[in-house]
Design a protein around this ligand. Structure first.
Ligand code: HEM
Length: 396
C-alpha cells in the first residue's frame, strides 16, 4: 500500500507504463463498462483517451455551465417544498440530473427517471466493494450482483444503445453524447466502436455522478457544522455574483474561497479514496524492488491525512489552500483526481459543477445538520457517509 506522494507519482506517472488497473477494478466495473475508458488498457486506452479528452475542454465547459444553472434552479424549487433532506441522496439526484442534461441534452422518448433509477441501483449494488472482490478469481468467474442490480444494468445498456442510435440519426450539436459519437483520435482520425461509445456513456454516468455528489455531500456537511465558513461563502457569492441567479462561467475564477472549501473537502474526504494498480514489469519503487504480478493499493485518503505531509491534517481549514497554492501542484500530497496519464478526465467538469452548486446552495439556504451527526466515512469504491447525512435546508 502506498500512502506518500513519491510512491503515488512513481506508480501513476513516472513508471505508469509498467502498471495497469487490477482485476478488482475489472470485476467491479467490467459488467457495466468493460470497453470504456475507465477499464481499458494499452493502445485501446490511448486511442480512447485522445478521442474523449477534447469533450471536456474549456470550450465545452462554457456551454455546459448554463445547463448546470437550470438544473440548480429546478433542484432549489424542490428544496423549497421539501426542506428536510438526506444530503447524499439529494446530491446524487442533483448531480445525476446535471450529468443527464450535459450528456444527453433533452432526448426525445427517453424516460429520465427510469434511467436515473437504473444508474443509482447499479452504482449502489455493484459499486460496493465486498470481501470476495479481493479474492483471486480468474477473469471468467462472474461477479454476482443482486437481481435488482443486474436488471438495472440491463436497462442501462438498453437505454444507452437506444440513445446513441437515435443521436446518429438526429445529431444534436454539442451535447456530450454527440461529441462522444463524433470523437476521433486527432492524429489517426479513428473513432470509437458502437460498444465503446455505449460503455463510455455508461462509464461517465458511473464515474461522474456519485463522486461529485459525495464532494457536495461532505462539503455541505462540513459547512453545516461550521457557521463561519457558511458566512464567508455567502459573502463571497454576494460580492461576485449578487443576490440572485447562478454563478456564470466567467465568475468562477473569482470564487477563490469556495474553490478552497471544495479542495479541503476532497482532502479530508476524497470521493475515490483508494486506487489500485497491477505491476507488469519488475521495477524499483521508492527504493524497493517490486515484481511483475505485485498488486498496489494507492490510498489518497491516508496520504491526505498524514501528519508528516500536512500541518494539522485533521482540521477543516480551507484557507490552507489559499495560503499555499503549491499544495495543489503536481507531485504534492494531494491527489483527489489521481495523477499521471489516467488522471480523471472529467475533473474540470466536476470542479465547475461543485463550485456552482456549493455557491448557490450556501448563499440561498441555511443548512442545519443535527449536532449529534458525525457520519463515519465508509470505504466502498467511493467514500460514502455511513447512514447518510440528515439535514434541513431553509431559505436564508
Ligand atoms: C469530484 C468528482 C470526481 C472525482 C473525485 C473523480 C476521481 C477520479 C479518479 C481518482 C480517477 C483516476 C482513477 C485511477 O487512476 O485509477 C478518475 C478517472 C476517471 N474519471 Fe473521474 N472523478 C470525478 C468526476 C468525474 C466526472 C464528472 C467524470 C465524467 C463525466 C469522470 C470520469 C472519469 C473517467 C472516464 C475516468 C477514467 C480516465 C482514464 O482512465 O483515462 N470523473 N476519476
Amino acid at each position: 500500500m502506498i500512502t506518500d506522494p513519491e510512491g503515488m507519482m512513481a506508480v501513476l506517472q513516472h513508471e505508469a507504463k509498467k502498471f495497469t488497473k487490477t482485476a478488482i477494478d475489472a470485476r467491479i466495473l467490467g459488467p457495466a463498462t468493460k470497453e470504456g475508458l475507465l477499464s481499458v488498457h494499452g493502445e485501446q486506452w490511448k486511442r480512447q483517451r485522445k478521442a474523449v479528452a477534447p469533450m471536456f475542454r474549456k470550450r465545452h465547459m462554457e456551454d455546459l455551465a448554463p445547463l448546470i444553472a437550470t438544473t440548480l434552479d429546478d433542484f432549489c424549487a424542490g428544496l423549497d417544498t421539501q426542506p428536510n433532506v438526506e444530503l447524499n441522496s439529494a446530491m446524487a439526484e442533483l448531480t445525476f440530473d446535471v450529468l443527464a442534461k450535459a450528456l444527453l441534452g433533452n432526448p426525445q422518448g427517453l424516460d429520465g427517471e427510469k434511467l436515473k433509477y437504473a444508474t443509482r441501483n447499479m452504482v449502489t449494488s455493484a459499486g460496493t466493494l465486498r470481501p470476495d472482490d479481493l479474492l483471486p478469481f480468474p477473469a471468467w468467474v462472474p461477479r454476482p450482483i443482486s437481481p435488482k442490480g443486474s436488471l438495472a444494468l440491463k436497462r442501462l445498456k438498453k437505454a444507452a444503445d437506444k440513445l446513441i442510435a437515435e443521436r446518429k440519426i438526429n445529431p444534436v450539436e454539442d451535447d456530450l453524447v454527440s461529441l462522444l459519437i463524433a470523437a476521433k483520435d486527432p492524429k489517426t482520425g479513428e473513432g470509437l466502436s458502437a460498444r465503446e461509445q455505449r460503455d463510455n456513456l455508461i462509464g461517465f454516468f458511473i464515474a461522474g455522478h456519485e463522486t461529485t455528489a459525495l464532494t457536495l455531500t461532505w462539503a455541505l456537511y462540513l459547512v453545516g457544522k461550521h457557521a463561519p465558513t457558511a458566512e464567508r461563502i455567502r459573502e463571497e457569492v454576494l460580492s461576485v455574483c449578487g443576490p440572485d441567479g447562478n454563478v456564470a462561467y466567467d465568475q468562477m475564477a473569482e470564487l477563490k474561497f469556495i474553490q478552497a472549501v471544495i479542495d479541503e473537502t476532497m482532502r479530508l474526504y476524497p470521493p475515490a479514496p483508494m486506487l489500485n494498480r497491477l505491476c507488469h514489469e519488475d521495477t524499483v519503487i521508492c527504493e524497493r524492488e517490486v515484481k511483475a504480478g505485485d498488486t498496489f493499493l494507492l490510498c489518497n485518503y491516508v496520504m491526505h491525512r498524514t501528519e508528516r505531509l500536512w500541518d494539522n491534517p485533521l482540521a477543516f481549514d480551507p484557507d490552507r489552500f489559499l495560503r499555499d497554492p503549491s499544495l495543489k501542484a503536481k507531485g504534492a500530497p494531494y491527489m483527489p483526481f489521481g495523477a499521471g496519464p489516467r488522471i480523471c478526465v472529467g475533473a474540470a467538469f466536476a470542479t465547475m459543477e461543485a463550485v456552482m452548486s456549493l455557491a448557490r446552495l450556501v448563499r440561498d439556504y441555511d443548512i442545519k445538520v443535527p449536532e449529534e451527526c458525525y457520519p463515519k466515512p465508509l470505504m466502498t469504491v467511493t467514500l460514502r457517509p455511513e447512514g447518510g447525512v440528515p439535514a434541513r435546508m431553509d431559505r436564508a
